[in-house]
Write a protein that binds this ligand. Structure first.
Ligand code: HEM
Length: 447
């Protein structure tokens, strides 16, 4: 067997790192830094973070209990709602119970398999348009991926509203996401969320830009000549079920939720896939060949099925670089996870980053091996691979994201070759989503 490539990951010490280190240096900027070797071998550990009890659960049966079997006992944490509330309010991602159920039902119609199939030409056009604007040389592929997914989300859900795709909008959105790090520490300390650093202030400005722009867009949709799209369908359905002002507020909350959740994650998946392929030229040739032949039939609903190897590469990239490396719940009442007691109000933390690289769940856990998802399929527990979450709160946009990433990647890889910039190290970064620190410059040459 040829030796597998092991992509870079943060250093791991033999022993656990003290909790206070989480508030300093790299660990405060990047969620996946500072984990010890033990984290990838144990099934469970408990931490106390500024008075909050946090259970880090890595055993797939226990993860299943939290996300599915006893899901009604686990809500999105109040802390997370406090941090994200000013931006995404009580939208789908941050609501509970009946309010969540009503919103999920309303938006689900826009993410059914036929609805996603109908978007394939759009994914192809955006990919093609961007690939045609390039010249050979160095290009930041994280920026290219973000502008592609931003255009897709603005077109697919907001009828291409130009206010959402300007470079100014792009900067504001990035700042809004980055500002979350500071808010997290203030929320943990129970402090008011007042931005103190430059990053925090830019984050606040970004969040205000997003709310006011989306607020204007939503209100314009109340008229009779509104375009027939996701936002219009959503506001009409909400108006049927909620008092007018509440419906408008929820429509803005969801517009912000979908705008943010719908593009950064997919952009990160796209850029991480380009990164792993840039480091493995033979694999990249194989993917490019498959993409060229799959695209001979054009971009249609069957395209994803004609890209089985690219799909396996993307699945393996999602395992090693999950765009959402962790997500959390808060226990409503007491529970047992295996022999571990959970009290009401405790936080339970689910870490795709750790579970998907766990020593006791995967062969050669840190190695890049797309065959895990193709040819020889390794036996897997349903809850040991969860880049899109699992259970009732699983990602509503998973199918959309996969179809979009596969189409854009196939379009780009069929025309361009991507190589690393010599001497440049790529490191993961980010507290909420996992991107490349300082972007992803790659050297492009035509095929
Ligand atoms: C590669 C891309 C993506 C990844 C890795 C991803 C990951 C996730 C994860 C892990 C969750 C569950 C969080 C939890 O349980 O606490 C989630 C939920 C969600 N995602 Fe995605 N996502 C992606 C793309 C998208 C897209 C394209 C959209 C919309 C267009 C979207 C919209 C949402 C929404 C609205 C939720 C909340 C669902 C609910 O609570 O009912 N995501 N996503």
């Amino acid at each position: 067997m040829t030796k597998l490539w092991v992509p870079p990951h943060p250093p791991r010490r033999p022993k656990p790192v003290p909790t206070w280190r989480g508030f300093l240096g790299e660990r405060a900027r990047t969620a996946v830094y500072g984990w010890s070797q033990l984290a990838f071998q144990n099934w469970y550990f408990k931490r106390n973070i500024l008075g909050h009890t946090v259970h880090v659960v890595l055993q797939p049966d226990w993860v299943q209990r939290v996300l599915l079997d006893n899901a009604s006992n686990y809500e999105k944490p109040k802390l997370v709602k406090r941090i994200l509330g000013p931006t995404i309010g009580r939208g789908l991602l941050t609501s509970e119970g009946e309010l969540w159920r009503a919103q999920r039902k309303i938006v689900a119609a826009s993410f059914t398999p036929p609805a996603v199939d109908a978007l394939m030409p759009l994914f192809g056009e955006v990919g093609q348009d961007i690939a045609q604007s390039w010249q050979a040389g160095t290009r930041d592929m994280a920026v290219e991926a973000t502008s592609a997914t931003m255009r897709v989300i603005a077109t697919a859900l907001f009828s291409g509203d130009p206010r959402l795709t300007t470079p100014e909008a792009m900067d504001h959105i990035t700042a809004a996401m980055e500002g979350v790090g500071e808010a997290r520490i203030q929320a943990l300390l129970g402090m008011p969320l007042i931005p103190v650093t430059r990053k925090g202030r830019r984050g606040r400005a970004g969040q205000q830009f997003l709310r006011s722009t989306l607020g204007a867009i939503v209100r314009e949709r109340l008229g009779s000549d509104a375009p027939d799209d996701f936002v219009t369908a959503m506001i009409r359905a909400l108006l049927d079920q909620f008092p007018r002002e509440e419906a408008i507020e929820l429509a803005i909350d969801n517009a912000a939720t979908f705008y943010l959740a719908g593009h950064e994650t997919t952009a990160n998946l796209t850029s991480w896939t380009l990164f792993v392929l840039s480091e493995q030229p033979e694999l990249q040739e194989r993917v490019a060949k498959e993409a060229r032949s799959a695209l001979e039939n054009g971009v249609d609903a069957g395209l994803s099925d004609r890209l089985p190897f690219l799909r396996a590469v993307v699945d393996e990239t999602l395992r090693l670089y999950p765009p959402v490396p962790r997500f959390d719940r808060e226990a409503v009442g007491p529970d047992m996870l295996g022999e571990h007691e959970v009290n009401s109000g405790d936080l339970v933390s689910i870490w795709p980053w750790i579970i998907q690289r766990h020593r006791n769940l995967w062969d050669e856990p840190d190695a890049f091996d797309p065959d895990r998802f193709a040819g020889r399929r390794q036996e897997r527990h349903r809850f040991q691979y969860l880049p899109f979450g699992a259970g009732p709160r699983t990602c509503v946009g998973a199918r959309f994201a996969m179809a979009e990433a596969l189409t854009i990647l196939a379009t780009w890889l069929s025309q361009w070759r991507f190589a690393p910039v010599p001497g440049r190290k790529v490191r993961p970064s980010g507290m909420v989503t996992l991107r490349q620190e300082g972007g992803l410059p790659l050297m492009l040459s035509t095929r």
